[in-house]
Design a protein around this ligand. Structure first.
Ligand code: MG
Length: 248
């Protein structure tokens, strides 16, 4: 795990001489909650019911983008036409119902420690999720009390394009007034990593699902950890290096 090298490479690539981290932009599903198995299972069920062939695994690759974008992609692939707004609403509603039935997704192992260390370092956590599910956002407040605030969140309702477009992470930066080199992102999904990388923010990826590290590096991750636990173990050192390393 080459933290120092990845920071130096980021600075050189973006033309910064240093990072000055004030905020951490957190993805939610697969980072703070171990909710991806429930999402993948709910997608597989509602899409197969439409008579469309799909695999549970493919939904890990679409993770991060809005549900509407996933539906639009699948309808285009299957029928070679655009999905109607009504179709998107109906299918997404069904998927959300199946997801609700899965019950509460557990908190991701290691996430409480990562958030604890975020606050301890005096950094502001901002949530940047493609999810628009009200229940999950309430759950976030419940699972991590006094950590996130309503005005420090970007959800599916705040964006026009969603991930992999840089928009959600750029809007996340706006929430605290931080510049790209005053933050880093924690993501688990290829499309989320692409979004963060395109927004010019140092991107920490975690492999909490079936996606290989290589895939996340190819999408632009600056560093990839095997779990949120491994990120937690490296948090202090990484933040310290981020705020001290300089390139001339
Ligand atoms: Mg995610």
């Amino acid at each position: 795990m080459q933290i120092k090298e990845s920071i130096t490479a980021y600075l050189k690539r973006n033309g910064y001489n240093k990072l000055d981290v004030r905020t951490i932009l957190f993805d939610m599903d697969g980072v703070l909650f171990d909710s991806m198995p429930f999402h993948a299972q709910s997608w597989e069920k509602c899409i197969s019911e439409l008579g469309i062939a799909c695999t549970r695994e493919e939904f890990y690759l679409y993770e991060g983008q809005t549900g509407f974008n996933t539906i639009a992609y699948i309808i285009k692939r299957e029928f070679n036409r655009e999905a109607t707004e009504e179709e998107k609403k109906d299918i997404y509603k069904k998927k959300s119902q199946y997801f609700e039935k899965c019950g509460e997704a557990p908190v991701m192992k290691g996430a409480p420690e990562v958030l604890f260390k975020t606050l301890k370092a005096g950094l502001t956590p901002v949530l940047v999720t493609g999810s628009g599910q009200r229940s999950l956002l309430d759950k976030l407040m419940h699972a991590f009390p006094s950590t996130f605030s309503e005005d420090k969140m970007i959800t599916a309702h705040d964006v026009k394009y969603g991930k992999p477009h840089p928009e959600p992470y750029l809007k996340g930066l706006e929430k605290t007034g931080a510049k790209a080199n005053e933050a880093f992102v924690v993501e688990n999904a290829p499309l989320g990593v692409r979004s963060a990388h395109s927004a010019g923010v140092f991107t920490v990826a975690v492999t909490t699902g079936p996606i290989d590290k290589d895939v996340l590096y190819k999408e632009g991750a600056d560093i990839v950890f095997s779990s949120m636990d491994e990120l937690a173990e490296n948090m202090e050192q990484m933040i310290e290096l981020m705020n001290t390393l300089e390139v001339l």
